[in-house]
Design a protein around this ligand. Structure first.
Ligand code: NDP
Ligand code: MG
Length: 391
C-alpha cells in the first residue's frame, strides 16, 4: 500500500485531497502516515479517524489538548507545533501533499523531499520563496515534485512527451478574480467580504483575495519560472474569465496546447495523486456547447501592479521572492484586519521590496532555509513598520 501524508489537510486543497483519498478506497487503499491541520482540530481528528492515520499534527501548540481529546480512543497519535510538523514530514511516505497556506508550508515540504518521496506541491509559496533550494533538495534525494496549482498542472500535462527545448512560451490564464470588471476608483474601497468571493473557484480565503489583487497570478508566474525553468519573458498572463482553459504551452512550430476542464481542483490533485497514470475522477464533464464561447484579454497593468512586481522580483532574483511573498502575506494580514485598503497591499509590497533591494546581496541565492526564513521575517517586520509610519 502507498504511504501517504497530507499537510494542510483541513484546508480547501486538503479537503479535496481527503475526498479523493476516500473515493479511491480510503484506509483500505492507502497507508496514511500523517495528516496536519491548524486550528480546526475537530475536523483534523475526523479525517484522521476516517483514514486511520498514524499521526495527526496541529501547527499550534495551544490546540494540542483539544486535538488529544478529539482523538481519544482512536489510536491516532497527536502532536503539535512547527517542529512536530517537520518531524511528521520526515516519516517515510511515498506521496506527500503540501497544502499548508503561506510560507509556513516551506519547511515541512522541504523535509518531505529529504526522504525522496513524491511531493504534490499546492504550496506555491515554497517555490516563490526558495525555488532553487527546493529543486536542488529534490534532485539530491531523488524526490519528485508534481505541481498541484491548476495552471502548473496544466502546463505539466501539456509538456508530457515534449522536448522542453521546443517550448517557446507558456500562457498562464487568470480569471481576473472578484474585481475583474470593477472600475479602478471602486477598487480602493473594496472590502474584505467583497474580495473573498471568487467568481469561479472555491478556495481558501487568502488565495481568493490574492486572486482579486492578482498577487496569486504574480506568485504563479514566479512559480512557473522556478519549477519549469522558463525564462521570465517566455511566461505570459492572459485574463480568461471563464476559467475553463487552465493554461497553454506554446511550441516553436506555432502550436499551442491548451488544457481545459471545469474549475475543480480535484482534477489537478487527482492527476498528481495518480501520476504517472490517469484514473477516473469525480469531476464534472466539461460541456463546451453549453458554455458557447470563451473570452480572453490582456491584463490591465494599472489595475494589477502585482504582475509588474513579479517581473521585478524575477529580475532581482535570489531572495527577492522571499521578500515579495512575506511582504504580500503581511499586507494581506493588514487588509484582513481592515488596517489598510485593497490597493494599499501592492503599494506596501512595493515599498518593502524597494527598501530591501537597496541592500547588498538580495539578488544572491540563499544557501539554506534559514536565510530564506530570516529574510521572510525581516520583510514582514518592515511591512508592519511602513504601515505604522503611514498612519
Ligand atoms: P486554506 O486556508 O483553505 O487551508 C490552509 C491549511 O493550512 C489548513 O489546513 C490550515 O489549518 C493550515 N494552516 C493554516 N495556518 C497554518 C500554519 N501557520 N502552519 C501550518 N498549517 C497552517 O488554504 P488553501 O487550501 O486554499 O491553500 C493551500 C495552499 O494551496 C496555498 O499555498 C495555496 O496558494 C495553494 N493553492 C490553493 C488552491 C485552492 O484551490 N484552494 C489552488 C492552488 C494552489 P486550519 O484550517 O485547521 O487552521
Ligand atoms: Mg492557480
Amino acid at each position: 500500500m502507498r504511504k501517504i501524508s497530507v499537510f494542510g489537510a483541513t484546508g480547501s486543497i486538503g479537503e479535496s485531497t481527503f475526498d479523493l483519498l476516500m473515493a479511491q478506497g480510503g484506509p483500505a487503499a492507502y497507508d496514511v502516515v500523517a495528516l496536519s491541520g491548524g486550528r480546526n482540530v475537530a475536523r483534523l481528528a475526523q479525517q484522521a479517524r476516517a483514514l486511520r492515520a498514524d499521526l495527526a499534527v496541529t501547527a499550534f501548540e495551544d490546540c494540542l489538548p483539544a486535538l488529544r481529546a478529539a482523538l481519544a480512543g482512536s489510536g491516532v497519535e497527536a502532536a503539535a507545533g512547527p517542529h512536530a510538523l517537520i518531524e511528521a514530514a520526515h516519516r517515510p511516505a511515498d506521496w506527500v501533499m503540501s497544502a499548508i497556506v503561506g510560507a509556513a508550508g516551506l519547511a515541512p515540504g522541504f523535509a518531505a523531499l529529504s526522504q525522496g518521496s513524491v511531493l504534490a506541491l499546492a504550496n506555491k509559496e515554497s517555490l516563490v520563496t526558495a525555488g532553487p533550494l527546493l529543486m536542488a533538495e529534490a534532485r539530491a534525494h531523488g524526490a519528485t515534485i508534481l505541481p498541484v496549482d491548476s495552471e502548473h498542472s496544466a502546463i505539466f500535462q501539456g509538456l508530457v512527451g515534449e522536448e522542453i527545448s521546443a517550448v517557446e512560451r507558456v500562457i498562464i490564464t487568470a480569471s481576473g478574480g472578484a474585481f475583474r470588471d470593477w472600475p479602478l476608483e471602486r477598487l480602493a474601497r473594496a472590502t474584505v467580504e467583497e474580495a473573498s468571493n471568487h467568481p469561479n473557484w472555491n478556495m481558501g480565503q487568502r488565495i481568493t483575495i490574492d486572486s482579486a489583487s492578482m498577487f496569486n497570478k504574480a506568485l504563479e508566474v514566479i512559480e512557473a519560472k522556478e519549477f519549469f525553468g522558463f525564462a521570465p519573458e517566455a511566461i505570459e498572463v492572459l485574463v480568461h474569465p471563464q476559467s475553463i482553459v487552465h493554461s497553454l504551452v506554446g511550441f516553436h512550430d506555432g502550436g499551442l496546447m491548451a488544457h481545459m476542464g471545469v474549475p475543480d481542483m480535484r482534477h489537478a490533485i487527482g492527476y498528481a495523486l495518480n501520476w504517472p497514470e490517469r484514473m477516473p475522477l469525480p469531476v464534472a464533464k466539461l460541456d463546451l456547447a453549453a458554455i458557447g464561447s470563451l473570452d480572453f484579454r490582456a491584463p490591465d497593468p494599472e489595475r494589477f501592479p502585482a504582475l509588474r512586481l513579479a517581473r521585478e522580483v524575477m529580475e532581482i532574483g535570489g531572495l527577492a521572492g522571499a521578500v515579495f511573498n512575506a511582504a504580500k502575506e503581511r499586507a494581506l494580514d493588514l487588509f484582513l484586519e481592515k488596517r489598510i485598503g485593497f490597493l494599499d497591499m501592492a503599494r506596501l509590497v512595493e515599498a518593502v521590496l524597494s527598501e530591501m533591494s537597496a541592500r547588498d546581496g538580495l539578488g544572491k541565492d540563499a544557501h539554506n532555509l534559514d536565510m530564506v526564513l530570516d529574510c521572510d521575517a525581516e520583510a514582514r517586520a518592515r511591512a508592519s513598520a511602513i504601515c505604522e509610519q503611514g498612519r
